[in-house]
Design a protein around this ligand. Structure first.
Ligand SMILES: [Zn+2]
Length: 62
């Protein structure tokens, strides 16, 4: 049985999971961008992490 791993997307800048996903910004021809509610980051790059790593960042080294 495979391990259940939950992955979440977090901001690459502040590592906040409060990410908004936005396609189509009015008029813009940009593809999807992620918007961080915490720090205001906006861009196509997002960090995807194991949810366990987020909960205790320093000790989760398997
Ligand atoms: Zn952020």
């Amino acid at each position: 049985m495979p391990k259940k791993i939950r992955r979440i997307k977090v901001c690459p800048i502040c590592h906040s999971p409060k990410i908004k996903f936005s396609s189509q910004f009015d008029g813009w021809l940009t593809p999807e961008v992620y918007i961080c509610i915490e720090c205001g980051y906006r861009g196509p790059i997002i960090l995807e992490v194991d949810i366990n790593e987020v909960q205790d960042d320093s000790t989760a080294k398997k």
